[in-house]
Design a binder for this molecule. Sequence first.
Ligand code: URA
Length: 238
Amino acid sequence: MATTAPITKVASLAASNPSSQTAPATLPPNVITLRQTAQLEALYTIIRDKKTGRGDFIFYSDRIIRLLVEEGLNHLPIVPKTVMTPTGVEYAGVGFEGRICGVSILRAGEAMEAGLREVCRSVRIGKILIQRDEQTALPKLFFSKLPEDIATRYVLLLDPMLATGGSAMKAVEVLREAGVPEDRIIFINLISCPEGLKTFCGKFPQCRVITGWVDRELNEKKFILPGLGDFGERRYTA
Ligand code: URA
């Protein structure tokens, strides 16, 4: 009789073997990670692999971005909403209470806009460009274009890599100056690190941070380890 090889059930490597690849379990209370499943880890393994080409990098990072946006929407307030189904029965469900918009931190954050549009049709999206000031070495605002009614919306702030947190903190300052309350800002990123989370969450404890994966550390060049290299370069350079 022919035998088939047993299927080996492997849980997420990160869950079964919390080696030095991932960060410690204690995170600031306003940080939410995606569920660390084997499937998610497989997606991350592809985008981390330096051999992965641009087409696959875009495809698989887009899959993660979509999961992150869906998770971000889970943190918006809801109100009871009753509808009538085609069977003539009332269904007591829920609906979203507030309106949202996206704000991407250029240029890498722009890569997350399509994922947001896929999930939230005709969502309004603003943009913020922050770069290092040559003189002070501090993050400096170069350009921002935000929806004029942004103060009345929940904001999904988009930037794929939370490294030092400098750009994200500057972006939150810009949003606060535009009238957005801190607790209406949800910062979404693919990979973060303990240093960036500690700095960002220390300064803005009421913002929520949705991160796909918390990596081990930053190196001296401020790259995340193990990380995936330069997100913008991998996404935009053939
Ligand atoms: N930005 C990136 O693209 N990669 C890092 O590792 C850190 C910041």
